[in-house]
Design a protein around this ligand. Structure first.
Ligand SMILES: Cc1ncc(COP(=O)(O)OP(=O)(O)O)c(N)n1
Ligand SMILES: Cc1nc(C(=O)O)sc1CCOP(=O)(O)O
Ligand SMILES: [Mg+2]
Length: 227
C-alpha cells in the first residue's frame, strides 16, 4: 500500500498531551517522534489557555512544516486556520465537519472520531471526513472513559475508502494486530510520549518498523529505512 489521499501515509500518528508533553518539552518530544518517522502529528491540549494553545500550536506547526509532516489540531478548526495547520480532528461533540471544511478549505485534512460505530463512520464520510478514527482498543490512561472498540471494526471500516485510524491504549506490544486488522494509522499518546526524547525517537522508529513489515513498500521514503 502506498500513499493515502491528501499526502497521508500509513504509520504512526503522534498525539501530544499536556501531562506527557508539557510546555517545556513539547517541541523536543514532537521533534523526537518526527525523527523516529511519525507520519502525522496532532496537537491535543485540554487545559492550556487560548493564548498558550496559540503559541504551542504555532511552534508545532513550524516543527512539522520543517519535517514535511502534517499537523492536525484537536477540537479547534479555528486554531488550525490561525496557525496554518494541515487540518483538524473533531469528535462527536466538537462541531460540524462541514463547517470545518468551509473554514479550512478543500485541501485540509479532517479527522472524525467514530468510536466503534460504522454508522458514525458513514455519516463522517458523508460530511467530508478524510480519515476515520476508531477506539479505544486497549485501556487508556489518557482517556479512560472512552468506549471500547473491537478490532473487527477496523476491518469493516476499510470498505469506506478513507484511511482508518486506531486509537486508545496502543503500545508497541499490542500494535501489530491492529495493523493486521486494517489500521492505516496508529494514534498514540502514552505508548509514545512516556520517556526521554531518545526513547521517544526509538519508540516511533519501532512503530514505523511494524508498518514497514506489514507493507514492505510503503514506508521506505518517509523513514529513510532501507527496504
Ligand atoms: C486520531 C484521534 N482519534 C480520536 C480522538 C478523540 O477525539 P474526541 O472523541 O473528540 O476526544 P478528545 O480527543 O477531544 O478528548 C482524537 N483526538 N484523535
Ligand atoms: C484521545 C483519545 N480518544 C480515544 C478514543 O477512543 O476515541 S482514546 C484516546 C486516548 C489516546 O491516548 P493513549 O494512547 O495514551 O491511550
Ligand atoms: Mg474532541
Amino acid at each position: 500500500m502506498g500513499a493515502l489521499a491528501k499526502g497521508l501515509k500509513p504509520g504512526l500518528y503522534a498525539i501530544t498531551d499536556a501531562r506527557l508533553t508539557p510546555d517545556d518539552r513539547l517541541v523536543s518530544c514532537v521533534e523526537a517522534a518526527l525523527r523516529g518517522g511519525a507520519v502525522l502529528v496532532q496537537y491535543r491540549d485540554k487545559s492550556a489557555s487560548a493564548r498558550e494553545r496559540l503559541r504551542q500550536a504555532t511552534e508545532l506547526q513550524a516543527v512539522c512544516r520543517n519535517a514535511g509532516v502534517p499537523l492536525i489540531i484537536n477540537d479547534d478548526p479555528e486554531l488550525a486556520r490561525r496557525v496554518g495547520a494541515a487540518g483538524a480532528h473533531l469528535g462527536q461533540r466538537d462541531g460540524s465537519l462541514a463547517e470545518a471544511r468551509r473554514l479550512l478549505g478543500e485541501d485540509a485534512i479532517l479527522g472524525a472520531t467514530c468510536h466503534a460505530r460504522l454508522d458514525l463512520a458513514h455519516q463522517a464520510v458523508a460530511q467530508g471526513a478524510d480519515y476515520l478514527a476508531f477506539g479505544r482498543f486497549h485501556r487508556s490512561a489518557t482517556k479512560p472513559e472512552a468506549p471500547a472498540a473491537p478490532r473487527s471494526v477496523l476491518t469493516h471500516a476499510r470498505h469506506l475508502g478513507r484511511p482508518v485510524t486506531a486509537i486508545g491504549g496502543i503500545t508497541l506490544a499490542n500494535a501489530r494486530p491492529l495493523i493486521e486488522a486494517g489500521a492505516d494509522l496508529l494514534a498514540v499518546v502514552g505508548g509514545l510520549f512516556g520517556g526521554t526524547p531518545e526513547q521517544i525517537e526509538a519508540t516511533a522508529r519501532a512503530f514505523q518498523q511494524l508498518f514497514t513489515e506489514h507493507h514492505p513498500s510503503c514506508l521506505s521514503q518517509s523513514t529513510g529505512a532501507q527496504p
